[in-house]
Design a protein around this ligand. Structure first.
Ligand code: SAH
Ligand code: F3S
Length: 473
């Protein structure tokens, strides 16, 4: 009996070896792109492709690209160039570009980068099977149609390079905000929310596979709104029943927290203009929702905020922070900041520094303004801040953030925090690394703990980026 089963398995394996093509996928940019690559992997696996992490084995190389700053696009173009040799050695190798650069450049990509065979925008991944047929027949293929409905809610993502502990779950796609500097509304289309049922199914599958933490993802999660499908902007046209039974982000958070009491729940990104008191009180009411909010502000100057079309003032932002700290005193808060936006004066820059001093963020992501073709800012404003000034201002805010991060981390000295073990520390095989609720990395000796354990760790030391401690549980 055993022998028979063995041969059968061998036979199947042989067929697999002969037939299976291999795809290699690399993701750039935001977490959403990494999550999308898992959707793409699921679609391609059904087409008889197996994933590989070795470029040399691949029949199909896919880059899931980012357009947010010029630098991100240059990185992708350089990477494409590096595939030239592989393609010379393997006539059958195909190269595809997915994501925001695909959407921005469309078929122009094929002219600009001769190595590219396939261009697919963020809402067209379900068409990949047809597009693969086209490229395997020797032609190029492009689909960059944006959708009003597509959320990939019915696709169960294949977890790529996963630690088996933490995972992303998309809840909205697109963005309706039109910040004047930002290319995302053009590359990812209008905002739509995913059916809560499919969100819950995906999380349930993750829990059953032993995952311990999920991050609900969207460009602007606080504006999540399910009323039976359709664009966020069309909600006003929904009928009474749809309006009455609609689910906003606070409700979704509550449902997820109650259904999965053992999972840690995170979300990203919050937009200050949409973050409601309801969301903050929901966070405060459930201990499994992590006390951490990524709350991009972009600038501390009202003049710049207005020119950026951010829908809040400096003071409104600061009172939101006050409310967060009142309801969740130990909440970790991080930011995104842009320096050198058109016409940014020295006073505007000082306003940014003073806002940072007022909040003292736990950490932050800081960028030089990069003009993106097609955006309102590119059309209407002159990119008139000298590169050297942008650079200097960026360095100043990075330095200030580092001081604040150190300060915030020092507040943990002597305290006990709960850490979810995610991986081995990069610096030592004898240490685990994980994060506390506030999203700060914590490193501690392994002892007999395992990957995926929740551990109580006493903090003894810190740098500006990391807390260092010892488990007491
Ligand atoms: N949805 C998020 C932002 C997504 S883009 C939000 O609500 O703010 C991630 C970050 O990239 C932005 O917060 C912004 O700080 C930065 N960014 C976007 N466009 C940029 C540009 N043209 N130049 C420099 N930084 C930019
Ligand atoms: Fe971009 Fe503003 Fe939306 S930064 S992703 S347009 S909230």
């Amino acid at each position: 009996m055993n022998i028979e089963i063995d041969t059968k398995i061998k036979k199947i394996e042989n067929v697999k070896e002969n037939n299976l093509k291999k795809f290699y996928i690399e993701s750039y940019g935001c977490q959403m792109n990494f999550a999308d690559s898992e959707v793409v992997a699921s679609i391609i696996s059904k087409e008889g492709y197996d994933s590989t992490t070795n470029l040399n084995d691949a029949d199909l190389i896919l880059l899931n690209t980012c357009s947010i700053r010029e630098k991100a696009e240059i990185t992708v173009r350089k990477r494409l160039e590096s595939f030239n040799k592989l393609k010379r050695n393997n006539n059958n190798l195909k190269v595809g570009v997915l994501g925001c650069m695909a959407e921005r450049l469309k078929s122009k990509f094929l002219d600009e980068e001769k190595i590219v065979d396939l261009v697919v925008g963020p809402d067209a991944y379900k068409d990949i099977p047809n597009l693969l047929n086209e490229i395997n027949d020797g032609s190029n293929a492009v689909n960059v149609l944006l959708s009003k409905e597509e959320t990939y809610g019915d696709i169960s993502p294949v977890r790529l390079a996963s630690n088996g502990v933490t995972a992303f779950v998309s809840i909205t796609r697109g963005c309706d905000n039109m910040c004047t500097f930002c290319v995302v509304p053009f590359t990812r289309g209008r905002e739509r929310s995913r059916d809560p049922k499919s969100i819950l199914t995906e999380i349930k599958n993750l829990e059953e596979s032993n995952y311990k933490e999920v991050t609900l993802l969207g460009q602007n999660v606080d504006s999540y709104l399910w009323y039976g499908g359709g664009l966020k902007k069309d909600f006003s046209k929904a009928n009474n029943l749809q309006k009455k039974t609609s689910i906003n982000f606070a409700k979704l958070l509550k449902i997820v927290a109650e259904n999965f009491p053992k999972l840690r729940i995170r979300f990203s990104t919050s937009n200050p203009q949409d973050m409601s008191l309801d969301v903050i009180t929901t966070m405060a009411s459930y201990s499994n929702i992590c006390n951490y909010i990524h709350l991009p502000v972009q600038s501390g100057s009202d003049v710049v905020l207005k020119a950026m079309n951010r829908q809040h003032t400096r003071n409104e932002y600061l009172s939101l922070i006050k409310n967060i700290k009142k309801l969740i005193p130990d909440c970790g808060i991080s930011h995104d900041m842009i320096t050198g936006f058109p016409n940014e004066t020295q006073q505007d820059h000082k306003d940014t520094l003073s806002l940072m001093n007022a909040v003292k963020y736990n950490f932050g992501y800081m960028f030089k303004y990069s003009e993106r073709p097609g955006t309102y800012a590119a059309k209407k404003f002159d990119d008139n801040i000298d590169e050297s000034v942008k650079k200097m201002r960026l360095q100043e805010i990075i330095d200030l953030q580092q001081t604040h991060s150190k300060l915030r981390n020092q507040e943990y000295l002597g305290k006990i925090v709960e850490v979810l073990i995610e991986k081995e520390s990069k610096k030592s095989v004898n240490h685990w690394a994980g994060r506390n609720q506030q999203n700060t990395v914590v490193v501690f000796p392994k002892k007999n703990h395992e990957l995926g354990d929740f551990v109580q760790v006493k903090i003894n030391d810190c740098t500006s980026a990391t807390l260092i401690g010892e488990s007491i549980s």
